[in-house]
Design a protein around this ligand. Structure first.
Ligand SMILES: *Cc1c(COP(=O)(O)O)cnc(C)c1O
Length: 470
């Protein structure tokens, strides 16, 4: 596997070194509060990054969701909002962009990704059916479960091993899929829930060969494949970089070929599509579209706005076209890789290879003295905030929640703290500051105690749970 360094990435595009393909036109001043103030803020927030005030955060790497910087063109598009209740011009622009770049026939706008997940889960899952997927995602699995589905993880084993250098750790394992069909019967499979890249595995990609094989497999069994396209543009970059035969193909062509192996997709436009709010659902089947269009009116809004303002849909339409530019994706992933290379250079344990949207610190290896139910990843997030005001996100036992049958915690193999990089927002100097803070926390690791959960909400507990220091 040839892994270009940042230097060769720059050379590919005719520059000596890598740099962002944009310049800054407007700035938002940042504030850094004192360590004592951060200590107070952390206790008030129950050691939960989701409960901190954004004002009390210095560099915000909680998520890449809805945190992108929009371009001047997208902002200009916001002024062209056609705020009609029905048939807004901006809806047709969005529909045209999804058709052009993702290739699906029918488009339903939603307020964000989970709105689309809700509609698809309700329409395509019958109570008691199984939903195999290449690793769970929090909101995706919950909507599948709320629709009566049973999620089954069919990702390859390498995905659960933070040190495996396999280039496509997001791939589906056909032995696991075949075993499920043998056990349950094809009629008891709702659809295959495919995600590219795989968020919970560290932003790891699915190969084109795997998607193509999945299409053949599902045709043989009469099962549909729906794609979580949230970070599919980033997945396309990894195919271009690592898969034989794709080095000279543009990201846009790779994206479209991949989507062509699936029956439809749901999207959190807040990620790849470079907007602050929005989502969509797109399918090729007319009868399913009819059902979705019917349901969207109940839960989101009319089928030509789905909970969005006209201006939001315009920004997504423009964002889609910008998001598939090779230069954009290369610089986006290049920045993530820059941070990852700094950390690995200092021997700090992270998920390898570095994925598309962030660097995932391996909290198990960071704090080997903490048991998993002492929340090592949550602890690491709290320590980082305390050290420098950098906000990260827990992706471990707290995010995994509980098994609805036994009531016990799910114990995921991966116990990670995610440094998620917003698109087009921070500079290389910010990445240096973040890396130095991780190093400081790493050097104090042996003295660090874990957390206990003192308040636990019923659904998606990681958003609102509260913790105290042991
Ligand atoms: C963010 C995300 C979602 C949910 O989208 P929202 O816009 O947050 O509702 C679904 N799948 C993946 C992989 C995501 O990262």
């Amino acid at each position: 596997m040839k892994q270009p360094t940042l230097k060769t990435m720059g050379q590919q595009s005719g520059r000596r070194s890598w740099a962002e393909p944009w310049k800054i036109k407007m700035v938002e001043p940042l504030r850094m509060i004192s360590r004592a103030e951060r200590e107070t803020a952390l206790i008030e927030a129950g050691h939960n990054m989701f409960l901190l005030k954004s004002e009390d955060v210095y560099i915000d790497l909680l998520t890449d969701s809805g945190t992108s910087a929009m371009s001047d063109r997208q902002w200009a598009g916001m002024m062209l909002g056609d705020e009609a209740y029905a048939g807004s011009r901006n809806f047709y622009n969005l529909e045209a962009a999804v058709r052009a770049y993702y290739g699906y026939k029918y488009v339903v706008p939603t307020h964000q990704g989970r709105g689309a997940e809700h509609l698809l889960s309700q329409a395509a899952i019958k109570r008691g059916q199984h939903v195999p997927g290449n690793m769970y995602f929090t909101t995706t699995r919950l909507h599948q479960e709320l629709a009566g589905g049973i999620f089954v993880d069919v990702i390859i084993d390498e995905a659960h091993d933070s040190q495996s250098l396999y280039p496509f750790k997001g791939n589906v394992d056909f032995d696991k899929l075949e075993a499920l069909v043998e056990r349950e019967g094809a009629e008891n499979i709702a659809y295959v829930s495919l995600a590219g890249t795989v968020n919970m595995a560290g932003g790891q990609p699915v190969s084109m060969a795997n998607a193509r094989a999945l299409r053949e497999w599902s045709d043989r069994h009469g099962i549909k494949v729906y794609l979580d396209a949230t970070r599919m543009v980033e997945n396309a970059f990894f195919i271009q970089e690592r898969e034989e035969g794709y080095a000279d193909k543009p990201i846009a062509a790779i994206l479209k070929e991949f989507c062509g192996y699936t029956d439809g997709a749901w999207m959190s436009a807040k990620k790849d599509n470079l907007v602050n709010i929005g989502g969509w659902l797109a399918v090729n089947d007319e009868a399913l579209f009819d059902e979705l269009r019917n349901q969207v009116v109940v839960f989101e809004g009319l089928h030509t706005y789905g909970g969005l303002a006209g201006r939001d849909m315009e920004a997504i339409a423009i964002g889609i076209a910008e998001s598939v530019q090779d230069d954009h994706v290369r610089s986006r992933i290049g920045q993530v890789r820059y941070l990852g290379e700094l950390l690995t250079g200092w021997g700090i344990p992270i998920v390898l290879p570095v994925g598309g949207h962030g660097v995932f610190l391996d909290a198990r290896r960071f704090y080997p003295h903490l048991r998993q139910d002492q929340f090592p990843a949550q602890t690491l997030a709290a320590e980082l905030y305390l050290d420098s005001g950098v906000r990260s996100m827990e992706r471990g036992i707290a995010s995994a929640g509980r098994d609805p049958k036994t009531g016990d915690h799910y114990y995921p193999q991966l116990e990670l703290t995610r440094l998620t990089i917003p698109r087009r927002v921070y500079t290389q100097a910010h990445m240096d500051v973040v890396a130095e803070s991780v190093l400081t926390v790493y050097q104090a690791r042996e003295r660090t105690r874990g957390l206990k959960m003192v308040y636990e909400p019923k659904y998606l507990r990681f958003f609102q749970a509260r913790f105290e220091r042991l």
